[in-house]
Design a protein around this ligand. Sequence first.
Ligand SMILES: Nc1ncnc2c1ncn2[C@@H]1O[C@H](COP(=O)(O)OP(=O)(O)OP(=O)(O)O)[C@@H](O)[C@H]1O
Ligand SMILES: [Mg+2]
Length: 262
Amino acid sequence: MTPLLAARGLGKAYARAGWRRGAPRTVLSGIDLAIGEGECVALIGRSGSGKSTLARLLMGLEDPDGGAVLFRGAPLAGLDRGGAKIFRAAVQMVLQDPLSAVNPRHGVGRILAEPLRHLTDLTAAARQARISDVLDAVGLDPDAADRLPGQLSGGQVQRIGLARALATRPALVILDEAVSNLDAPRQVDLLDRLASLRRQDGTAFLLITHDIRLARRFADRVVVLSEGRIVDSSACRPGLALSHPAARELLDAVLPAAPGGL
Ligand SMILES: Nc1ncnc2c1ncn2[C@@H]1O[C@H](COP(=O)(O)OP(=O)(O)OP(=O)(O)O)[C@@H](O)[C@H]1O
Ligand SMILES: [Mg+2]
């Protein structure tokens, strides 16, 4: 079956700044990754391994230097306006600081309505109904729509970011450390809500995280990125089978349970 989103031999290099100008620095090379409809893949790797860069390429926010991103088999680079609009509604991303780019004077309702106005043909009334639905899906009261971003807690901001990404009923949501700012119970609560959304709507997820426990709890499959390459991968059930040193490092970083059950 054609994957929902795939990377084929993806590579990316950035020009060096300052006195080290010269050959660009390779950040990603030879990335092959396929995400199926409804599948949940966790992308793990230490800081600087290239996770966010890969996410930006998958979203079409930056162009690769080699290889291609395929949306349901079609290269992103070849999509026409209509195709690009369908892609943007179908593949959404949530960042760690999801409201950093929004106008702080716009209320939450307006922030949530924005992707619906740009990417769907919903009427104003249908947009309002959809906004109530997504607020409910992420565990927020409908009256959150009347607030300004500055009047929300960090955890509420992350939920709003998620609600915004879910508004267009995407086929895939990329979560780039999008639950990292929450305390553990709230992370679990949010991921459980996303898991039920997956069962209900068949939404696929790419969960980018340092936290292998979150990955194991939520994903079907874990892929390990190290220095811009995919070095290991494993199904999550029955148990992770990862052997590359970069994966072991992340596994070993998980603190053992405190003695005495603390
Ligand atoms: N626009 C850019 N220009 C130059 N270098 C960049 C750019 N974006 C990222 N890099 C470099 O690419 C490498 C990978 O960065 P990236 O943000 O993808 O890592 P990451 O795995 O998401 O890290 P983290 O877990 O800390 O978020 C880093 O060395 C970073 O400095
Ligand atoms: Mg990152």
